[in-house]
Design a protein around this ligand. Structure first.
Ligand code: FES
Length: 286
């Protein structure tokens, strides 16, 4: 069991968040304090709780965001953006004794007339309404809510093909696994599976890698994920497989109608302008 699971699911300290689950995002960072008998000092350092096995924490103290301050008790200066200018340099990154460099940041906002009444918000920097709740870990997200009786977890099964016909979906192996309650496909959607072009579950064909084909419902997320790997989908590839924007243009493949912004008589205007500048603009990842 890792520290993140223990904090969130056993102790219900949900201020420590589950993000990537693989040490990349830092949303599960907590402070570990360990006594060093050689130096006779306590060392504090940050760890990503999703990567720390609980058995490696013998004899250490762990401080989560709840242990720093809260709205109910008293918020720590590092959690209060309004006190930001007063925070000493060594507190800028987190609480005391963190042996890490200070992250740099800059927030820019316009200056308002000093005679403008404080109750007039125009131009004044305003704190996000939930800012303190976010900083103290007290904002409750869906995954922070306590489980309800007979709650089920869903894991998605997604297409591995860019463009293909779905020949068959074999869910028998998945359904036989412990904790699995059902596998839900397009056939099970009671209403419209295609809402204004937004397809919930792929039906008959898939049009991109990652498109949701079905979901597995189970008593735990781990069971649902394991079972999702056992759903077998038989595909038959279809041409064209569109990967680039150029290929989409060539095959006239658009997700929605072409959108144009025009004002006045554009064709006439082009006949009389001095210069016409043409160009292409694209994001590589789009
Ligand atoms: S959940 Fe992202 S680093 Fe732990």
């Amino acid at each position: 069991m890792n520290l993140l699971f223990y904090l969130r699911k056993i102790l219900h300290l949900t201020g420590t968040k589950y993000g990537c689950g693989s040490g990349g995002c830092g949303s599960c960072t907590v402070m570990v304090s360990r006594y060093d008998p050689k130096t006779k000092k306590i060392h504090h350092y940050p760890v990503t709780a999703c990567l720390v096995p609980i058995c490696s924490l013998y004899g250490v103290a762990v401080t989560t965001v709840e242990g720093i301050g809260s709205i109910k008790t008293r918020i720590h200066p590092v959690q209060d953006p309004q006190k930001f200018p007063d925070i000493p340099e060594n507190f800028m990154s987190a609480v005391d004794n963190f042996p890490i460099g200070t992250p740099q940041g800059l927030q820019m906002f316009q200056c308002v007339n000093p005679h403008q009444p404080p109750q007039d918000p125009v131009g004044h920097p305003m704190m996000h309404k939930s800012a303190i709740k976010h900083a103290t870990g007290e904002a409750v997200y869906v995954d922070d809510m306590p489980p309800v009786a007979q709650e089920l977890f869903l894991a998605v099964v997604t297409s591995t093909r860019a463009h293909a016909k779905i020949i068959a979906i074999d869910v028998s192996e998945a359904l036989a696994l412990p904790g699995v309650v059902d596998v839900i496909t397009a056939e099970d959607v009671p209403g419209d599976n295609n809402h204004n072009g937004e397809v919930l579950y792929a039906q008959n064909e898939v049009i991109c890698v990652g498109q949701i084909v079905c979901t597995v419902a189970a008593d735990t997320y781990a069971h649902a994920k394991d079972a999702a790997k056992k759903v077998r989908i038989a595909y038959e590839d279809i041409e064209p497989r569109i990967i680039t924007i150029e290929q989409a243009l060539e095959h006239n493949s658009f997700l929605a109608d072409e959108k144009k912004i025009e004002q006045g008589n554009v064709e006439q205007a082009f006949k009389h302008v001095d210069q016409i500048i043409e160009g292409k603009w694209s994001w590589p990842e789009k």
